[in-house]
Design a protein around this ligand. Sequence first.
Ligand SMILES: Cc1cc2nc3c(=O)[nH]c(=O)nc-3n(C[C@H](O)[C@H](O)[C@H](O)COP(=O)(O)OP(=O)(O)OC[C@H]3O[C@@H](n4cnc5c(N)ncnc54)[C@H](O)[C@@H]3O)c2cc1C
Length: 351
Amino acid sequence: MLDYIVVGLGLSGLAVTAELDKRKREFIVFENNSQKSSYVAGGIYNPVILKRFTPAWKACEQIDIAIPFYKQLEEKFGIRIVNPWSIYRRFHSVEEQNDWFVAADKPRLSRFLDPVLKKNDNPNLIASYSLGKVCETGNIDTECLLDTYRAYLDETYKLRHESFDYDNLKYNNGYWEYNGLQSRNVIFCEGFGLKKNPYFNYLPLTGNKGEYITIYSEELQLDFAVKSSVFLMPLGNNLYKVGATYDNHDKSPEPTPAAREKLISQLKQLIRCDFEVVDQLAGIRPSVSDRRPVVGKHPEHEHMYCCNGYGSRGVLIAPNMAAELLDHIENDKKLDPETDLDRFTSKYYNS
Ligand SMILES: Cc1cc2nc3c(=O)[nH]c(=O)nc-3n(C[C@H](O)[C@H](O)[C@H](O)COP(=O)(O)OP(=O)(O)OC[C@H]3O[C@@H](n4cnc5c(N)ncnc54)[C@H](O)[C@@H]3O)c2cc1C
């Protein structure tokens, strides 16, 4: 008898599975490669909303759990996935610079916003005003993390490379049965794939398509990440990631010419040298209109859970939510009402 079946191995399923592994639980994961959000993510961890200079939701708490979580995985697998660097916010006016100073003085932001501004000394970066440095940021190499973790689960026969077929899941005297497997619990972590899940598709997951382009430029010679209307992130070897777009309407998985043109046009307002687009990627962020995760137990079915809704901040949120959900399941710890999917229970009964 398994303790858990986990469906989906993006950032959410990975964090849940790593937590189960730590707790020495028996589990099997299903993954069908239908969603790409975690793979294509820039993997940026940034505790500040740089449009308004406000702290991201629970950012302090999340960063203190997430970074040690990824560092433990680095150690366990002998890989390098945590890349700390600073993000520089490009200012558009003196007023914005002044707003930065005010924000940098606030208790929840002073840890992250450097009050000393940086003068731009790169001739190819268009920045008439100074740049504000955000500390304790960087990115997680999500591709390396997911590939490594999948290989690890493969070696231990815990990963099934197949679509989970919801019709074959049956509840039987206190446990779930699925194609010959028996499990005490099922946790669904399908990202936007949740739309096909008959148990949880009442949840108002809207999905937000995001696209990145990768450019090659020998001239740019930029060694830090810049946030303006887009992120420009150095990858090394004269390659840079540029993005991402936000689209609430298109739910197709493929990259689009429209997003490519938009990113190129935004980039041309940020740099003044030649570049070549060498790649483009797309994914659907699993988002909810109140911008909070949707985590918890199914309103009716016993031992059935969902861990989803991370929107554009999966890197920081996933390790926190996985630990909270498992404490809830195993130690009866109450979930934060802001994240508990309980808040949508009336939708279930009206659906
Ligand atoms: C362009 C872009 C850039 C982003 N940049 C950042 C960033 O810089 N920082 C950040 O924190 N976040 C970023 N995000 C958001 C982040 O990627 C998401 O919050 C996160 O990936 C969500 O993870 P998830 O595991 O919930 O969903 P997903 O990554 O979608 O994973 C769900 C998994 O479930 C699998 N699955 C679904 N249905 C089934 C089924 N029936 N059977 C088996 N398997 C199934 C899918 O194949 C998939 O692997 C970005 C997103 C996009 C699209």
